[in-house]
Design a protein around this ligand. Sequence first.
Ligand SMILES: Cc1ncc(COP(=O)(O)O)c(C=O)c1O
Length: 447
Amino acid sequence: MPMVPTISDDALAHALADYRAATPGSAALFEKAAQRLPAGVTSNVKFFAPYPLYMTRAEGARVWDVDGREYLDYCLAFGPLVTGHGHPRVLEAVRAEVERAGTLIFGAPTDLEVRLADRLARLLPSAEMVRFTSSGTEATLHALRLARGATGRSRVVKFEGHYHGVHDHVLWNLDQPLPPKAAADGIPMATSAQTVVLPWNDVAALDAGLDTADDVAAVIVEPVARGVLHPDPAFLHALREQTTRRGIVLIFDEVVVWPRLGLAGAQGLYGVTPDLTTLGKALGGGLPLGALAGRRDLMSLTVPRAGRAPGTQTPYVFHGGTYNGTPIALAAGLATLNILEEPGVLDRLDARAAQLRDGLGAIAARHGIPLQVLGRGSVMDFYFTDQPIHSSREVWASDLPRRRALDYRLLVAGLYNAPVHRYHLSLAHSEADIALTLDRIERALTA
Ligand SMILES: Cc1ncc(COP(=O)(O)O)c(C=O)c1O
């Protein structure tokens, strides 16, 4: 029987036709790119159908594509650019470091690493010691290995809908609920026995899951799922209590939310201190930088054998990476922190995001549209449903085709983001930019 098209299918078809008409330059470049780069991209996250927009230039809160179209940018490179594109102080710090050092990389430690590690230790409750990586993926990979090395156990607990990067043990149930399902092919079958997936924000399911799973080394969790779904505080406290009782390493993946929920991260906000924390995105101010931070006794397991006192019996866990902590990434990260630590700066950023969230909620109320607006700090997301959203399950049950259709209309209207993705804000987004954004959203929603 032929499928009856829904209103959303029709809306999506129209939005896609308008998108194609507005972006012929990206369509042409995609044709060429896809000959050499699968799907015309170098990261699957950057692809969206029928083709992504190819960008050429950016300034502050704005980006321009190959067709010369201007967009207000709410993707912000999927989060890192908390000060906006090309903040003069961040660019100057990178320039100055290249000129001072005379190189892009030493392959030897530098004073910048010590300074940024000190800053993190001062800001983040869990960060007694720090190691830098080049990405969030590497940070979570090393955190899991450290937990395994420390406990001598193998299994890892993660939650439905939580993303921790691209490695085998965490690429599970990204966009669907249990039963356990790898998000793509190529993950070894043996991994399925090592990864335990549990529902998020559900204390009873957590208790039952940890009761039945043995050999658990770590629980890895986005303390605020998808960057915008805030947990019942009792869930985070239960996580801390349960993992401590069972000798399991608790890892908070704060790659998205630090420092967007405050410089003490979600752990500061909720008063729950994990054993290890992973950072990335904004940490490098737009350059590749991640970090693994945590308890001194755990982090010390990475000290090479040659650096240990004779007779030391603790496990040895390997951590490495040619590009870990390059001077320019550290300089950009430190410059970004210098800006964010100035009094009132994060409050101003949060106020802009609140203006966007409140404005969107008011538009939905005005037009009788069932919409849930999510997030705190400088991240925001929204889904079409009249049901409150407590976990990814309710996101998946919302009217995603309607959201997708809206997002293509917004691309045509000059708001840039990957479709059905959370919004990030930056210091460069002005009050007037938010007003313009709300106007564009209201027109697109009611078109
Ligand atoms: C919560 C979370 N953890 C880890 C990662 C992986 O970071 P990266 O893309 O830098 O490897 C991401 C990326 O989006 C993320 O959102």
